[in-house]
Ligand binder design. Structure first.
Ligand code: HEC
Length: 354
């Protein structure tokens, strides 16, 4: 230890021992224990060891009184807050659990083992591609996808050239031109996927006043979204006795009320998959759900990748911080003080001599 640090340590020790200590530092020397190689401080003082013992025993009655009380109050508060939070969570959990009500006319969809759930699971991109095909050939007749642009599909389930070819099949409204008129032009990569209806009124008019929702975020907008949409698409039933359906409605137990303004849209073989997968009803439902899960969470894979990177880097940082704390910052805690009266003829500290 350099001499410039010595007065600092002496101050620190004095502060720890307290103002009533009559000890005086007449030498501060460093020696090493042969066994542990730990650093020892030799301090010369007549009653130093007594005062430090006093200080240790009555830690709370001396200069540290206020600090000790504060510590106790903080600990008490933290403990009370923790207990309260735990009890609150338990109570909320019990009260908030689903209750069966006689008036409820919908069924919870069964929980399905989706491949994209899980900390290390990514989306199945061939399924996303097939899901786009299902959307394009079935759902796009009524549902818009207005928050998805064609370019979003690039490198997710299609190449850029494939998406450009796809764009040429769509026409979008643009304008005004120099004559102030709106005109139709082939879609570009940056355009959003055009919807089937001009506005909400037109959509309701074509569907017996029921509104086909925009599908971009529908998976996030419903409880247990993927299970719900899958259940909805595959769960059509004959209406039970006593249930009256209006024209254009079908009975679906997963829809609130049961009377859904969308007929059963998926039939076996309804889509011609370009990868040759058999287009069964449940396969199509699964693929379109995987696709809609991607439209609602386009950062699905990136999010997990970043989480893994962040956790990895944090672990390394935490380990290095712990090492630094243990071996560099925490020296005072690990330092052993040898409190020995110095013989009168003892040589002064090396540093003092130099
Ligand atoms: C012929 C038009 C039509 C087609 C095709 C169609 N739907 Fe619908 N869809 C509707 C209508 C109308 C509603 C609104 C029903 C209601 O509110 O009663 C609806 C509602 C929905 C809902 C929302 C239910 C809710 O909780 O509000 C979802 C999800 C859905 N459709 C998914 C799909 C999917 C996926 C496809 C393609 C496989 C599809 N639909 C094909 C007309 C259609």
């Amino acid at each position: 230890m350099s001499c410039s640090v010595r007065p600092l340590l002496a101050q620190l020790l004095k502060h720890r021992i307290g103002p009533s200590s009559s000890s005086e530092f007449i030498g501060l020397d460093r020696c090493y224990s042969a066994r542990s190689r730990r650093c020892f401080w030799t301090l010369a003082s007549d009653n130093f060891d007594r005062s430090i013992n006093d200080n240790n025993n009555n830690n709370c009655n001396r200069s540290g009184t206020t600090w000790c009380r504060l510590k106790k109050v903080c600990l008490g508060l933290a403990l009370a807050a923790g207990t309260l939070a735990t009890c609150g969570t338990v109570v909320l959990r019990v009260l908030g659990s689903p209750v069966v009500e006689a008036g409820n006319a919908s069924v919870h969809p069964p929980k399905l083992p989706w491949g994209f759930n899980g900390a290390f699971a990514s989306l199945d991109h061939s399924s996303v591609r097939r899901g786009w095909q299902v959307y394009k050939s079935v759902c796009s007749a009524c549902h818009s996808l207005r928050y998805v642009a064609f370019k979003d599909l690039v490198d997710v389930c299609y190449t850029e050239d494939e998406v450009r070819d796809m764009c040429s099949e769509y026409e979008v409204k643009d304008g005004p031109n120099e004559e102030g008129e709106y005109f139709m032009r082939p879609a570009k990569l940056s355009d959003k996927v055009p919807g089937p209806y001009e506005n909400e009124e037109a959509a309701r008019f074509a569907n017996n006043a029921a509104l086909p929702v925009d599908l971009s975020f529908v998976v996030n907008a419903r409880h247990h979204g993927p299970d719900y949409v899958f259940g909805l698409l595959t769960g059509y039933r004959e209406p039970p006795a006593g249930v009256e359906l209006m024209e254009g409605q079908a009975f679906n137990p997963y829809f609130e009320g049961g009377a859904l303004g969308m007929m059963e849209m998926l039939q076996d073989g309804g889509v011609d998959y370009d990868d040759g997968t058999p287009a069964t009803k449940s396969q199509m439902a699964k693929d379109v759900v995987e696709f809609l899960n991607w439209t609602a969470n386009q950062e699905w894979n990136t999010r997990k990748l970043y989480a893994m990177k962040t956790i990895g880097v944090s672990l390394v940082m935490a380990a290095s911080l712990w090492l630094a704390y243990r071996h560099k910052i925490n020296v005072h805690k690990k330092t052993v003080f040898c409190l020995q009266p110095k013989p009168r003829r003892n040589r002064p500290c090396d540093c003092e001599r130099s």
